[in-house]
Design a protein around this ligand. Structure first.
Ligand code: NAD
Length: 294
């Protein structure tokens, strides 16, 4: 068996085109141009790439991007003061503070300062609580993208066995909440889970969000299952270069799975598309207009 490759790049492109259309309609109707402020502290090379990619996606969708680049030794009080200014700025509908932050800054304190209505990363406890209780919320972008990718294979997920490996606040926990909301039977596995391969073999939908290169082997996968690989791991490649691999051993897994996301080109592009989707949603909510059903 050879799995269908879930083309995250194409699915994200399609979503981005729809978001651009909806943003243009919002602007025409209300005069509002959705705006996203992206804050980067320091010069971590991976973070710089993410921030550039997000800003470009925002501009491509006809929205405004406000980029704030601060030196690595920025004190916490200064970053919090910037977030408070962005909270008060009517042109800014979404605020994204790129993680990780340097050690002198308490990331939780900064994230908790963001106005929950502008929290396009969905990391504020108000949004986490709203998601957990089934209220409308800004939901973390990577889990949003993961569910959309699973739905590209199975439009209705109700009743499916979903296994999520990883319980971070950024990916695993909100993903589990979204899957519960889709009426899946959800198991969250983590570093203390006993017999992880056996737990994974139960899954109709397997999500790997661990950060360990190619940990999930082919024989952990139930034949025909849908596998969504969130992991981004750099490993030594040819000629002294590094290459990106996921948390799933792709070649083995694609011989068993029914459908699988590649790394790169799977979850990553969907995360970016969902950042701009959340910016549009935040702008609509601020205007009191219904967000388009995209
Ligand atoms: P994290 O380190 O915060 O969490 C990792 C989770 O994996 C933890 O809950 C831990 O319990 C679990 N874990 C660790 N070792 C394990 C093991 N041996 N067996 C089972 N579970 C184990 O990481 P995160 O922020 O959730 O990110 C996970 C991965 O997803 C990373 O590779 C990250 O780079 C990637 N990621 C990708 C995107 C994207 O857009 N594609 C976005 C966010 C994160």
């Amino acid at each position: 068996m050879t799995a269908r490759i879930i083309d995250g790049k194409a699915i994200a492109q399609d979503l981005r085109a729809k978001i651009a259309g909806a943003a243009a309609a919002l602007t025409q109707k209300t005069g509002i141009v959705p705006g996203l402020a992206v804050v980067l502290v320091g010069s971590d090379p991976a973070s710089e790439v993410y921030v550039r990619t997000k800003s470009k996606a925002v501009v491509d969708a006809g929205m405004r991007s406000f980029d704030h680049k601060l030196p690595a030794d920025t004190p916490e009080t200064e970053l919090i003061a910037l977030v408070e200014r962005l909270n008060a700025d009517p042109a800014v509908h979404g605020i994204l503070v790129q993680l990780p932050l340097p050690p002198q800054i308490d990331a939780a304190r900064v994230l908790h300062t963001i106005d929950p209505g502008k929290d396009v990363d969905g990391f504020h406890p108000v949004n986490a609580g709203r998601l957990a209780t089934g209220l409308p919320a800004l939901v973390p972008c990577t889990p949003l993208g993961c569910v959309r990718l699973a739905k590209a294979v199975h439009p209705a997920l109700a009743g499916m066995e979903a296994v999520v490996i990883g319980r971070s606040n950024i990916v695993g926990k909100p993903l589990a909440q979204l899957l519960l909301g889709e009426n899946c039977t959800v198991t969250v596995a983590h570093s203390k889970t006993r017999d992880l391969p056996a737990v994974c073999r139960r899954a109709d939908l397997l999500f790997a969000a661990v950060g360990r290169a190619e940990m999930v082997r082919g024989d952990w996968i139930r034949p025909g299952a849908t596998v969504i690989d969130v992991g981004i791991n750099r490993v030594p490649g040819e000629a002294g270069k590094t290459r990106l691999v996921g948390d799933v051993a792709f070649a083995e897994a694609s011989a068993v799975a029914g459908a699988i996301t590649p790394v790169p080109g799977g979850v990553g592009p969907m995360t970016i598309a969902c950042v701009i989707l959340n910016t549009l949603r935040a702008a609509c909510a601020k205007q009191g207009v219904a967000a388009p059903d995209l």
